[in-house]
Structure formats: C-alpha cells, structure tokens
Design a protein around this ligand. Structure first.
Ligand SMILES: Cc1cc2nc3c(=O)[nH]c(=O)nc-3n(C[C@H](O)[C@H](O)[C@H](O)COP(=O)(O)OP(=O)(O)OC[C@H]3O[C@@H](n4cnc5c(N)ncnc54)[C@H](O)[C@@H]3O)c2cc1C
Length: 493
C-alpha cells in the first residue's frame, strides 16, 4: 500500500457509481453542493449494466397490488423519455394470450389499469391484436392467435449511468473510478472516508455520506452505519442473433407465473431475459448458470415457431438485484426502494436500498431532499447530448450522413443513438474514416474511443466495448485485443 493522502472537506461523498450513485452526485452538484463519488470498478460495472433496460411501470407488479410503485414509475417513464431522446425510446410490447394461463379478461383489465394509472405521455394506449394477421404473430407458434399490444420504454442502462456521471462532473463533482471505499469514520460534523485507488490510499472528508453501493450496500453498512439486510436475487439474460422477423419486443408469460422479455437488441440481436435466482456469493461473481440458460431457452421455445438453441447464444450477462427483504419468493419481492437516513452520533449517512433504473432520477431527487439540500432541478433537464426532440432523431441521422458522407446510415444511427447532439463533437472536421484515427472494427474509431476516455471515464477495452457501447457483440476477439493493445500503448506514451 502507498501513502495516505488527505484532501479538503466536501459537502457530499457518494460511495458507488451505479445509476443511483451517479444520479445523486449529479443532482447534488446541480444544487450547488461540492461532491466526490467513488466507484470501486468502472461506472455501471455492476447491476446498472445488467438490467433488462426497460423504463417501465412494471405490468407484473399490478398482480402484487403495488399500484403506488407502478404509478410513480409510469410518471417517471414520461419524464425520462423526454429527457433522454438519444439513449431511450418507446417500445410497443406484444403480449400473446396463452390459453392455459391468465385469462384474456385479466390481461385486458391489467392493461386498462396500466394505461390509466398515470399519463401515457403521448404513448399509444394498449389494444387487442389478432396474431393470425398481425406481423408479430409470424414469430410465434400458430397456436397463439390473439394477444395485446401496449407501450413502455427502453434505455441503454450503462450509457445512462455514464451520462449522469459526466453531467455531475460538468457541474463540478469529482468522479473517481477504480476507487474502493474501504472504511468510513463518523465525526460530529463530518465523515472521514478511506478509499483505495489501486494500492494508493486516500482520505476524503465530507459533511454527508451516501451509501449507494447497490448489492454491496448491506456489506458497506456493516462497516459504516446501522446494518441493513438486502436480499440478493440474480437475474441473467442471453443474447442470440436477431430472430427472423423480430421487430417488436414481446412479454411472455410462463407456467411458473413469471414473465420473460424477448427484445430486439443492438440492430442485429435478440435479448432474452430474465431469471430470478437467490445469490449468496459476491455480487461481482454473478454469471448466467447452465440452469438459467436452459430455463430461458425452454421458456421462449414454448412460444417460438422456430426454436432457439444453446448454440445460438452469442453473449450472456447477469446482475444482482438488491431487493428489500420482505419474505416470500423472489418474484413477489417488492422492487420498491427505501432511503434510510441515520444521524446517530454525528454527520448524516443516507443508505439507498433497492430501486429500479426507471426510478433513478426521482430516487436521487428524494435522496437530496432527505439530506435537507433544497433546489430540485432534474425533472426537465436533458442529459448530455439529449438536447433535442425525439421526433428530430431520423432527420439528425440523415443530416449526419449528408455532412459526413463516409458514414453509413447504420453507423450514423449508432452515433446519434449513443451520443445525440454530441455525435458531431466526435466527428469534428473529419472528411474520411482515416481522419477519425485508427479503425478498431465495427465502426469504432480512435476519435470515438478518445471521446469515451476524455468525457466518459472509460479506461479499458472492456469499459469501451461492453459498457460505453455494446460493440463487443460485433468485434472479434482479435479486434478487442487490438484495442486493448492500442490503449496499453497510449498509457505508456
Ligand atoms: C436482471 C435485472 C434486470 C433488471 N431490469 C430492470 C429493468 O428492466 N428496469 C428497471 O427499471 N430496473 C431493472 N433492474 C433494476 C436495476 O438494474 C437496479 O435497481 C439498479 O441498476 C441499481 O442501481 P444501483 O446504483 O443501486 O446499483 P449498482 O448498479 O450495482 O451500483 C452500485 C455500485 O457500487 C459499487 N460499489 C460497491 N461497493 C463499493 C465500495 N466499497 N466502494 C466503491 N464502490 C462500491 C459497485 O461496484 C457498483 O458499481 C434490473 C435488475 C436486474 C439485476
């Protein structure tokens, strides 16, 4: 271990760089607070890059009578879809009616409630569909003849985290990655927090401390404050090449009462998930097990006209839900969150327990309110690159191709989807691909990598191909190794 360094006092220290920690740092910085955030790995390296990526009220939670949770999430859905026109968009889900499962009247009633619990924010209402004539029916076995369509939202979860962190930094916050909080000592008017930055220890002092360590929040609370138990439930997804005719997402019901999504993903792929398995081990070790793979394949093959097989799988990922302990099974455990403030013995500590990607903004707003910091501001504020209207997106893609004729339409769409109005910042005055520096494959250029490193905290090839982008799905192993070697050379120079 190296020397211990000590720095000046700040207002707020946030432990954890998932969606909740980064959003709290952003909100606090915008309220004029001095902020430091420490993330032990890369931003979004845990649960916040492993979600199903839905901005949704959670149709399923109506069955457990969580109307308040669903109403709040639906309200947030409208707020987020407006603020994130690049990385988030509405989707029209298909819900096939399965004759041995929930009756049609029940599905219709649930969707009616879902449509009316909160404003749809311009999204079309649900409706019944005839799957013998609707294009969505082609993917399914012929026994599925009817169903419903309803609206929800999608977001690129790991980019959402990074854009929150970037906005926080632009508003003055200090964002530290590869910085693990190892201990925190409470004093009457401040916290003394020790962080390990790759063998170098630093002491930071802050008037308030937030524990936003997601699935590790319980572990951290054992060291720094009142103990909180969390229930850790792993969820896994598998990715296969885009199923033929897969243009709309599906929500599929299972014989076990669960649901699984089948979602068009990253232009050429289909995302299938998720599972629920109690996770006793370190959250960092979450991986899709053999049993989960088989479960997901059997689940969707109950519906698909052309079955998927294990050999179709090109990628899988797993995350651990930090759920509030409430007894019962994992499926019925609430997805709601709690913000627990504790001032015993001195400076305040706020612990975030549970949550959803969908609720991240309102959670951060309530966290700051709970810490007594006035000035909520994020409701109408776009994240970096999101300062445009969603309806303009197709025109933005066309304009990019017109101004940079060496771009293909797919490439331009990828850039606008990831960076919004910042896409032009990456392309600058380039007249050709060569002007963007080295080409690592799959349209990833040195100019884009540079943007990810300077503005988005990326450090390694993994940060770049699996979290700042999902180009890992398209790059070969050799190409990823080439990128890693280039980054190592850059480090040396
Ligand atoms: C399978 C699955 C599917 C989901 N699908 C959806 C969905 O479709 N829609 C939705 O709204 N929600 C969904 N969720 C829920 C959502 O993903 C989580 O609620 C959310 O990502 C939690 O964010 P977080 O910031 O609390 O935790 P995390 O993202 O886990 O962030 C916590 C961070 O703290 C860091 N950390 C831990 N200990 C320390 C330490 N000592 N020092 C420094 N850093 C530390 C970790 O490295 C981690 O990055 C899903 C979750 C799962 C698992």
């Amino acid at each position: 271990m190296g020397e211990t360094e000590e720095r000046e006092m700040v207002d707020l220290f946030v432990a954890g760089g998932g969606v909740n920690g980064c959003a709290i740092a952003r909100d606090a910085a915008g309220r004029g607070q001095s902020v430091v955030l420490a993330e032990q790995g890369d931003l979004a390296s845990a649960t916040s890059s492993a979600s199903s990526k839905l901005i949704h009220g959670g149709l399923r939670y109506l069955e457990t009578y969580e109307f308040k949770l669903v109403r709040e999430a639906l309200r947030e859905r409208a707020v987020l879809l407006a603020a994130l026109p690049h990385i988030a968009w509405p989707m029209r889900f298909v819900l096939p009616h399965h004759t041995g499962l929930r009756p049609r009247w029940m599905l219709r009633a649930g969707l009616f409630l879902y449509d009316h619990l909160a404003s749809r924010g311009g999204l079309p209402a649900s409706r019944a569909v005839n799957l013998t004539t609707h294009p969505a029916g082609r993917l399914l076995k012929s026994s599925f003849t009817s169903g419903f369509e309803y609206s929800d939202g999608w977001v690129d979860d790991s980019r959402l985290v990074v854009l929150n962190a970037r906005d926080a930094r632009e508003r003055g916050a200090e964002i530290l990655t590869r910085a693990k909080v190892t201990s925190a000592r409470r004093h009457a008017d401040h916290w003394e927090i020790e962080i390990d930055r790759g063998g170098v220890l630093e002491i930071r002092r802050a008037r308030m401390l937030v524990n936003a360590a997601g699935p590790w929040a319980g572990l951290l609370s054992e060291h720094i404050g009142p103990r909180h138990g969390l229930r850790l439930v792993r969820g896994s997804h598998i990715v296969v090449p885009r199923l033929e005719g897969h243009d709309q997402p599906y929500i599929l019901q299972g014989h076990d009462g669960r649901i699984v999504f089948l979602i068009p993903f990253e232009e050429d792929f289909t995302l299938i998930g998720t599972t629920e398995a109690e996770h006793g081990a370190d959250p960092a070790s979450a991986e899709c097990s053999e049993a989960e793979t088989e479960y997901l394949i059997a689940f969707v093959n109950d519906y698909l006209a052309k079955p998927v097989t294990k050999s179709d799988i090109v990628w899988s990922f797993s995350g651990v839900r930090p759920l509030i302990e409430s007894g019962g099974d994992a499926t019925s455990a609430s997805r709601d969150y709690q913000l627990v403030r504790d001032d015993k013995g001195g400076a305040p500590l706020l612990t975030v327990l549970g949550g959803k990607i969908t609720a991240y903004r309102i959670l951060a707003e309530q966290a700051l309110d709970k810490l007594g910091v006035p000035g909520a501001w994020t409701a109408g504020a776009a994240l970096p690159g999101g300062d445009f209207d969603r309806a303009e997106k197709p025109a933005m893609v066309k304009a990019l191709v017109a101004d940079y004729p060496f771009l293909t339409e797919t490439w331009a769409r990828r850039l606008v989807t990831a960076y919004g109005t910042d896409a032009r910042r990456i392309l600058g005055a380039a007249k050709s691909t060569q002007d963007l520096g080295g080409d690592f494959g799959a349209t990833l250029t040195a100019a884009e990598v540079h943007h990810m490193m300077v503005h988005e905290f990326a450090r390694t090839a993994e940060d770049i191909v699996w979290r700042r982008s999902k180009l890992g799905l398209k790059l070969s192993e050799d190409e990823i190794a080439g990128l890693a070697a280039w980054l190592a050379g850059k480090d040396r120079s």
